[in-house]
Design a protein around this ligand. Structure first.
Ligand code: PMP
Ligand code: GLN
Length: 378
């Protein structure tokens, strides 16, 4: 048997969560909230199930939800998006990413990604016969050098994947970055996949820059979003993708034979819930308080803290504490000090040991306080 993904193992998130559970550790590894979703939202799902909304949704998603998303985009970014031809509901962000990659990547095509990168990009590209061209961003700023990106573009480059705000670096792209990307791709046969699942989690009064706001990008981009992040419901696996009609048509050809359609009662519930505009705007201040609590606590440890501009992640440097490699050190802390974190080496296609760990702070205050107590032992 010949593996299609010989270099791929069980994901680091599954590994660390399993280790954390085995040792009764505080799990700050896999990115998910440990607090409940809004009971009003849960009640809506139950209501729709009881009313009999339990059969297949239309393949691209129910129109009520696509319209609610179009309303959100108009309200936030002042852009008009056609829910019929440009918005598709997906079973989470990961499925949207996978199907979008499958839509444009042909065998032999090159795909530029920025490392550290979310773990699903590379295997997805490779499954469709593409080749990943990684651009390594340098700690601690992780800034993109767009001249370097240009130098890596070839006849074979078909797709550039960006993730803004970024998991795991917690950095946010500026307007100049989006403009530089736009200049690179217009007049070239290159598409953009913009993973914006953390669009509403952005700190210190920064403003999210979406590809949908840049005409030269919008006409060739997929924008991926996730209700798991927006509504604290990562287990619902509900998200959406926005793309111009010609890309949406091709995306849906694959989507219909991959998942066909996503969870019906949840789509109705989310559509109703989103009717109340502005709910998503509280997310940044909600998570900013958690970030600040974690930063304050970490200042009393021997970890060095890298700035978190967005997402619910933060990186720490442990070079003052240990010279172990990242995976061994993360496993050691989980076993001996009962806090689970993610080694940043998991987000690279080559192993670099930069002595960095990723912490998820989408947690109750008590969880963060308890983790800090444990980390002070180090
Ligand atoms: N992209 C990034 C950068 C993520 O961090 C995640 C999930 N944490 C996803 C995509 C996937 O989202 P979902 O859980 O909706 O599949
Ligand atoms: N995206 C989440 C994280 O970064 C994990 C999602 C998963 O486990 N697939 O931690």
């Amino acid at each position: 048997f010949s593996s299609k993904l010989p270099e791929t193992a069980v994901s680091i998130f599954s590994q660390m969560t399993a280790l954390s559970n085995a040792h009764g550790a505080v799990n700050l590894s896999q990115g998910f909230p440990d607090f409940p979703a809004d009971p009003e939202l849960i009640n809506l799902v139950t209501e729709y199930m009881q009313q009999g909304f339990n059969q297949y949704a239309p393949m691209p998603g129910i129109m009520e939800l696509r319209q609610a998303i179009a309303n959100k985009l108009e309200y936030l970014y002042r852009v008009q998006v056609n829910p019929e031809t440009e918005i598709t509901i997906t079973s989470g962000g990961t499925q949207a990413l996978f199907t979008a990659i499958g839509t444009v990547v042909q065998p032999g095509d090159e795909v530029i990604i920025f490392e550290p990168a979310y773990d699903s990009y590379k295997p997805s590209v490779e499954l469709f016969g593409g080749k990943v061209i990684p651009v390594r961003l340098q700690t601690p700023i992780f800034q993109i050098d767009w001249d370097e990106v240009e130098s890596l573009i070839s006849e074979k480059t078909r797709l550039i994947i960006i993730n803004n705000p970024n998991n795991p670096t917690a950095t946010v792209l500026a307007q100049e970055d989006l403009l530089a990307l736009e200049r690179l791709v217009v007049d070239r046969n290159i598409y953009v996949l913009s993973d914006e699942v953390y669009e509403h989690i952005i700190y210190d009064e920064r403003v999210h820059q979406s590809v949908i706001q840049y005409p030269g990008l919008r006409e060739r981009s997929f924008l991926v979003a996730s209700f798991g992040k927006l509504l604290h419901t990562t287990g619902w696996k509900l998200g959406y993708i926005i793309a111009p009609p010609f890309l949406t048509t091709e995306f849906r050809k694959i989507h219909q034979f991959n998942v066909f359609s996503s969870n019906t009662p949840m789509q109705y519930a989310v559509a109703r819930y989103l009717e109340q505009q502005g709910r998503y705007l509280n997310l940044s201040s909600f998570f900013e308080k958690k970030r600040d609590l974690l930063v304050m606590g970490l200042q009393e440890t021997r970890f060095n803290i890298l700035p978190s501009q967005g997402t619910y992640f933060l990186l720490v440097d442990y070079s003052n504490i240990s010279d172990q490699d990242e995976l061994s050190f993360a496993q050691y802390i989980t076993r001996e000090h009962r806090v689970a974190m993610v080694p940043v080496s998991a987000f690279y296609s080559k192993v670099y040991n930069q002595q960095l760990l990723r912490i998820c702070f989408a947690k109750k205050e008590a969880t963060l306080v308890s983790a800090i107590q444990h980390l002070k032992e180090l």
